[in-house]
Design a protein around this ligand. Structure first.
Ligand code: GLY
Ligand code: MN
Ligand code: MN
Length: 440
């Protein structure tokens, strides 16, 4: 299995600690277990920031980083080994495993955190944490601080600055390393295979969930634990619902089906959308819309390179989509004026993409100092223009209504431009029709 190597986690912790102010401490909790119903839990997924710094896959754990500390800069609180619990729920690393397998300098049982952590915080000037994102953890942190305050008369020194960790950490996460790109390519490869399978399986009379099953099978077979987000399998008019998740409608002859789905490998997402005809053959109207979306995506790729800014790709899609809609008579007027008046938003109401990484809508700023961010080598993003003609749009001829098309690929910025990670699924009309015809 392709995964992030242990040395990379060490490198990340060192890089973060090098950016922290002197005499500071960073504290991050693992994701909590989420209850699905009664005593059934959701599949556990580690918090992305926690995972990024540790690779430690268990709940009930806390990372503590103390740059410059002589007795160890990286302390991990985690669950202790427990024969009885491990018999029921699976193996745990324990404090020994945290040191041996996950590079902690020191490790303590999570049950001892209230006794130990105030002593680690005491005397440090600044505390870095993800303030505001986990109310329960914020409350704990204040309790630990108050323990120190209560001992002020004995000379204990509580920290007096609290700093949001997000800014440093999320900027690091925005630039993907060679190891991260390897994992993202693997996630992309498996997701491409899944989309191909779903295209080949597509038939009128099946249901949206029949195609979702094809995706899930390929994801799991490829070693993915789960999809990176709820798969969207939207046939016919459902393709006009941007985050449709019901996935239970019938696939009908003559309809398009839009699938937006990607798996996650070692906590790295892929995010692919393809749209194709259920019966394997685009109608003239479906094809006309499809060709505009595809051309707009090509125009966007040309705007992704170092020194281009974040919004240029989006602007390129708006230009091509607006001009295309005018050509088909779906919008009337001057293209530049229609763009200025945002007339395209009736058909194209989302942006051309987002950062991609451990979170499908990944962290990282889109603007810096009020200006769109300039792209740099190693940034990963999606390119996903679409046109959605509402089934209720009375301003267009009936033949267009209910057509929804999105095409989405994942790219990483390179020195020359960008590398497309998800090129393994056909997307020209000819290639899709050929693939589907061969599967009939
Ligand atoms: N799958 C969600 C998105 O494309 O942004
Ligand atoms: Mn996306
Ligand atoms: Mn998507």
């Amino acid at each position: 299995m392709i995964h992030i190597p242990k040395a990379e986690y060490t490198r990340r912790r060192k890089a973060l600690m090098a950016q922290m102010e002197p005499n500071s401490i960073a504290i991050l909790p693992a994701a909590a277990v989420a209850i699905r119903n009664r005593d059934v839990e959701h599949v556990y997924r580690q918090d992305s920031d926690f995972q990024y710094l540790s690779g430690f896959p268990e709940p009930e754990a806390v990372i503590v980083l103390m740059p410059g500390r002589q007795h160890g800069e990286y302390v991990l609180f985690c669950r202790e080994r427990n024969v009885e619990r491990e018999l029921w729920d699976g193996l745990r690393a324990g404090t020994e495993g945290a040191i041996r397998d996950f590079g902690a300098d020191d490790a303590f049982p999570i049950t001892d955190i209230d006794d130990i952590l105030p002593g680690l915080i005491e005397g440090r000037d600044r505390v870095y944490s993800a303030m505001g994102s986990n109310a329960e953890f914020d409350r704990h942190l204040m309790e630990w601080i108050n323990v120190i305050r209560s001992k002020a008369h004995l000379g204990a020194q509580p920290p007096n600055e609290f700093v949001a960790l997000d800014h440093l950490l999320h900027d690091m996460r925005l630039y993907k390393s060679a190891a991260e790109l390897k994992v993202m390519r693997e996630a992309a490869r498996i997701s491409c295979a899944a989309h191909v399978k779903a295209m080949q399986a597509s038939r009128a009379g099946l249901h949206e969930f029949s195609l979702e099953a094809e995706l899930d099978y390929e994801f799991r077979k490829g070693g993915a634990k789960m999809p990176a987000y709820g798969s969207i399998v939207a046939a016919g008019r459902n393709s006009c619902i941007l985050h449709y998740q019901q996935n239970d409608a019938l696939l009908k002859d003559g309809d398009l089906v839009l699938i937006d789905a990607g798996c996650e490998i070692d906590c790295y997402a892929s995010d692919i959308t393809r749209t194709w005809p259920v019966n394997g053959k685009f109608s003239p109207e479906q094809r006309a819309i499809y060709e505009i979306v595809l051309a707009s995506q090509e125009a966007a790729f040309a705007e992704i390179a170092p020194d281009k800014h974040w919004n240029q790709a989006h602007e390129a899609t708006v230009q091509v989509i607006t001009a295309g809609l005018v050509k088909l008579g779906l919008l009337q007027g001057d293209v530049d004026e229609l763009i200025a008046g945002e007339a395209y938003k009736a058909f194209y109401m989302h942006r051309a993409g987002h950062w991609l990484g451990m979170d499908v809508h990944d962290v990282g700023e889109y603007k810096v100092g009020g200006e769109w961010r300039v792209l740099e080598v190693g940034m990963a993003l999606t390119v996903e223009p679409g046109i959605y003609i509402s089934p209720d749009n009375q301003n267009v001829a009936k033949k267009w209504r209910g057509i929804g098309v999105r095409i989405e690929d994942d790219v990483v910025v390179t020195k020359q431009g960008c590398e497309i990670l998800t090129g393994g699924v056909p997307k020209t009309v000819a290639d899709i029709e050929a693939l589907m015809a061969a599967a009939r």
